[in-house]
Design a protein around this ligand. Structure first.
Ligand code: NAG
Ligand code: NAG
Ligand code: NAG
Ligand code: NAG
Ligand code: CU
Length: 416
């Protein structure tokens, strides 16, 4: 059962320095309590769960806004003030010109030369590839680890920074609302293949076999194939070439494609195999709300999100990735090579942000896990002092503690 603790004003690290915690007005508390009575458990009706998710996001927004006001009042050094706050928005709420501006800035990054030295990643040719190369290089240290959520928060933020600083993007950062597309991905404004989408499905390949995900000694997870399978034929990214990988690409029928050096140059088309059934099973509104409401501990939250090994589930994170299908959609390492990656991880970050803001005091700085994939091989626990680094992509090494709040450290954004 979900219990909201009314520590709606949490200050993260700053809280420790502030003696008197401002109290909430009685009205706000009553209002929250009222809306929370309908939020004790995820509804099995996806239509109701959609409303629940909207309410949870509203609560998170309210908490973040108040937090900023109080932090600004408490310290002149507060960098993230209300006038600087950026909003991240649902791709569905972007106008046509806004969508085109975002897409053009991504295409721009794909046209700029890489920073990664060729001797480290000969296949990294563009600034976009710098992000793919770094993700490939670090995959086993950033998934099923203590850094998973924060690393990806930093990674997509620094991608946004590159769009802004190197490609003149001035719009909002978009997220993909999985629940809205769970019944028909092909109709999603993210994947409908129009020139305002992230390109559409791959060319249809008939009679594709199932995808078989194997992980150590756990029973394999069997996923159905989708409605495409081949190269993307429409939309802004139909001529885009993947340059890196494959590193661990699951193919229909159970084989895996692995390049001897996934950082070598291996130009090929972007493939998709849109699989609504996966989004429907793992990333519908009910699954999103129950992820948020049913997991009090950050370990449970991040594990359920990624799919608890052996449970047969792949979580909302895996649901989003594998529902894109194709190449690199089915390759954990190379996944940022699909331009929809950034919208998917926007939603991942949004869900974390909502979860954190429902109990900031306990969750703002909650970390669990180590520096290695499922702690294999065993490594030290991740802490607030652990450094994360996204290599040649952008930014510099940064401590976990800087990444835990979206309105502190380098960040100043909320989700609407
Ligand atoms: C991969 O990681 C290693 C170890 O952190 C680093 O030295 C190297 O520069 C990275 N390579 C790329 C391509 O980022
Ligand atoms: C899997 O790979 C083997 C060896 O390359 C090949 O013989 C077989 O046909 C492949 N299976 C499928 C389903 O692609
Ligand atoms: C929604 O997701 C949950 C858990 O991921 C699943 O059990 C349920 O069957 C899904 N609902 C629908 C309508 O597919
Ligand atoms: C690492 O974290 C685990 C789980 O929270 C805990 O049981 C263990 O004591 C920690 N190890 C160290 C060395 O702090
Ligand atoms: Cu990742």
């Amino acid at each position: 059962m979900y219990k909201l603790v009314f520590h709606v004003i949490g200050f993260g690290l700053l809280a420790l320095q502030i003696s008197a915690i401002p109290t909430h007005s009685q009205n706000d508390i009553l209002k929250n309590r009222e809306s929370l009575s309908t939020l004790s458990a995820a509804s099995s009706s996806t239509a109701v769960a959609k409303i629940q998710l909207g309410k949870l996001a509203e609560i998170a927004l309210g908490v973040t806004n108040e937090n900023i006001i109080h932090k600004t009042a408490a310290s002149k050094h507060q960098k993230c003030t209300k006038d600087k706050l950026r909003v991240r928005r649902n791709w569905r709420s972007f106008s046509v010109p806004q969508r085109k501006k975002y897409i053009n800035s991504v295409l721009c990054l794909q046209g700029k030369p890489a920073r990664t030295p060729a001797h480290l990643a000969p296949g990294a040719k563009t600034r976009y590839d710098d992000y793919v190369a770094t993700h490939i290089n670090q995959t086993l240290g950033i998934h099923f680890t203590g850094t998973f959520l924060a690393w990806h928060r930093y990674f997509i933020y620094e991608f946004e920074q590159a769009l802004r600083n190197e490609c003149g993007y001035v719009g909002d950062y978009p997220y993909w609302d999985w629940g809205a597309d769970a019944d028909a991905m092909e109709k999603s404004p993210v994947f409908d293949g129009t020139d305002t989408s992230m390109s559409g499905n791959g060319a249809y390949i008939p009679n594709e076999a199932d995808i078989i995900l194997s992980l150590g000694d756990y029973a394999p997870v069997i996923l159905p194939p989708g409605s495409g399978g081949g190269c993307v034929t429409s939309g802004p990214f139909k001529n885009y070439k993947l340059h890196l990988g494959p590193a661990a690409l699951s193919l229909p029928g159970g084989n895996m494609s692995i390049a001897p050096n996934p950082l070598n140059y291996n130009p090929r088309c972007l493939k998709r195999d849109l699989t609504s059934a996966l989004l429907q099973s793992y990333a519908n509104y009910t699954s999103i709300v129950s992820l948020i409401l049913n997991n009090q501990d950050v370990w449970d939250f991040e594990m359920v999100m990624q799919g608890v090994p052996g449970s047969g589930a792949i979580g909302v994170h895996g649901g989003g990735h594998y529902s894109m299908g194709g190449d690199p959609g089915r390759d954990v390492y190379v996944s940022p090579g699909d331009p929809a990656f950034w919208l998917h991880h926007g939603m991942i970050d949004r869900v974390w942000w909502i979860w954190q803001n429902l109990d900031l005091e306990r969750r703002q700085n909650a970390i669990s896990g180590t520096g290695t994939f499922l702690n294999e091989p065993p490594s030290a626990n991740t802490t607030l002092e652990t450094l994360v680094d996204i290599g040649y992509a952008n930014g510099g090494p940064i401590a976990m503690k800087e990444l835990m709040s979206t309105t502190a450290g380098p960040f100043c954004y909320v989700y609407v």
